[in-house]
Write a protein of this length. Structure first.
Length: 235
């Protein structure tokens, strides 16, 4: 397979919220701008169109637009590709990667957060999963930020299934002396769960999802390139 002839099929989870699909399409527009010669196709696992089966029509590289290795990455994407009976390669998910952290921090900055504020407490909010390693990956990012930031504290929190919840994380930060709270987003696109996080965060500053950040777009392309390189070596 060659990069010019092999489509990049970017598959997101999907949402009934139209903002989610719009955000995914905006991210893929950035991917196309970085590599105009590449055939980039966006699709979704569920809830909105096009579906993966609609765009997966020949040898392809499928890049899951997922931040962690939870159920959708481990089960849904491989199953959908297998059902298509198309010779497609599925790449690693986007996370973990330092570029996701950079994007999340940029969204915090865009929300007006003062990174030099030592009384700041930051909640890193993700979706939550029944797969403990997926939650632990988010917690590791929060612990690294706590060590390196100089803030009053950083806590991971989850919108569903896992703990702590956003209110619990905020209380922990306040107990450690945080006078101001900001919520960083470990979500790729807007939707039900990011809205739930915002609704539970009180008067905290809320950062937007990662969305069409250029480093996220570069990461999508890197996953594609890595998969092609593995195919070349295997051949």
């Amino acid at each position: 397979m060659t990069s010019f002839g092999t489509p990049l099929i970017a598959v997101a989870h999907g949402s009934r919220d139209p903002r989610s699909a719009a955000s995914i399409h905006a991210l893929l527009d950035v991917v196309r701008s970085l590599r105009p010669e590449l055939d980039v196709r966006g699709c979704f696992l569920d809830l909105c169109a096009p579906r993966l089966s609609d765009v997966l029509r020949g040898p392809s590289v499928v890049v899951p637009l997922l931040l962690g290795k939870a159920y959708h990455a481990r089960v849904d994407v491989p199953a959908a590709v297998a059902e298509s009976r198309v010779p497609a390669v599925v790449t690693d998910v986007l996370g973990p990667d330092p570029r996701l952290e950079s994007a999340a921090l940029r969204r915090l900055s865009e929300a007006g957060v003062d990174f030099g504020d030592s009384s700041l407490g930051v909640v890193l909010a993700g979706a939550g999963s029944s797969h403990a390693p997926a939650n632990e990956a988010v917690a590791q990012v929060a612990r690294r930020w706590a060590r390196e930031s100089g803030w009053a504290g950083v806590e991971a929190a989850f919108a569903s299934i896992a703990s702590p919840t956003v209110p619990e994380a905020i209380e922990r930060l306040k107990a450690r002396g945080a006078a101001r709270i900001a919520v960083a987003s470990w979500f790729l696109a807007p939707g039900l769960l990011p809205d739930k996080v915002a609704s539970l965060a009180g008067d905290a500053v809320i950062a937007q999802p990662l969305g069409d950040d250029v480093e996220v777009a570069q990461l999508v392309l890197d996953r594609y390139d890595q998969a092609l390189a593995r195919q070349t070596v295997a051949a």
